[in-house]
Design a protein around this ligand. Sequence first.
Ligand code: GDD
Length: 243
Amino acid sequence: MTKGIIIVPTFNEIENIERLVRNIFSLQRSFHILVVDDNSPDGTAARVRTLQAEFHDKLFLEERTGKLGLGTAYIHGFKWALERDYDFIFEMDADFSHNPNDLVRLYNACKREDADVAIGSRYITGVNVINWPMNRVLMSWLASKYVRFITGMEIHDTTAGFVCYKREVLESIDLDNIQFVGYAFQIEMKFKAYLLKFKIKEVPVIFTDRTRGTSKMSGSIISEAVFGVIKMKIKSLFNRIKL
Ligand SMILES: Nc1nc2c(ncn2[C@@H]2O[C@H](COP(=O)(O)OP(=O)(O)O[C@H]3O[C@H](CO)[C@@H](O)[C@H](O)[C@@H]3O)[C@@H](O)[C@H]2O)c(=O)[nH]1
């Protein structure tokens, strides 16, 4: 029996985390969950600890000292999962912008259709985003086009944060050499998997903006992505990118 774990980074997600955990554990296919919390002032970690009493064998919590970024939270989670016997390792937001029912579709793309990386893609069939303000949709869609153009990756949703990786992919990427700390980390992971010639499949999903809590997107996250992608591509052209 293969084992899958959903890594959920959290910063101030007390309004979402319990519902998300219960929702994932009610799926037909069983997954474990690892929450990586950055000392959320709203007490997200304390809520997870309470839930652990109920789900002690399948809900795990890693607590970091402060808000250290989405990318480093995932790296922390990946290393934790690789030290254990998980075959499939997922990324997912805590706020229900990713539908838990789609976890099984991502899993099937890797398990049955033999993808190495399955991406929950908003832009493979038009634009499937609900409730984002038009400027955020445009920014995200243009960012994906921009990254596709610069990197040459044939992926429609290059910034997606809903992903299933086969264990071998994360074992092949040097996790100590990931450069981006913020959301641009999503681009870097896909680019490295692409350079390593792993099979990447996009699974169409509908992304629905959160109804509870707030986004952590900021100007510095955007500029890290805009300039970082060009730097990353140039390095790869000169074979100076550390995979
Ligand atoms: N531990 C930790 N978690 C964080 C941090 N920053 C954000 N998160 C968590 O990461 C998830 C995504 O953050 P949001 O702030 O909700 O993201 P968004 O604005 O909805 O952005 C979405 O679009 C991006 C661009 O397409 C995606 O890259 C991103 O993954 C997400 O799907 C949430 O669970 C949030 O709590 C951090 O510094 N530390």
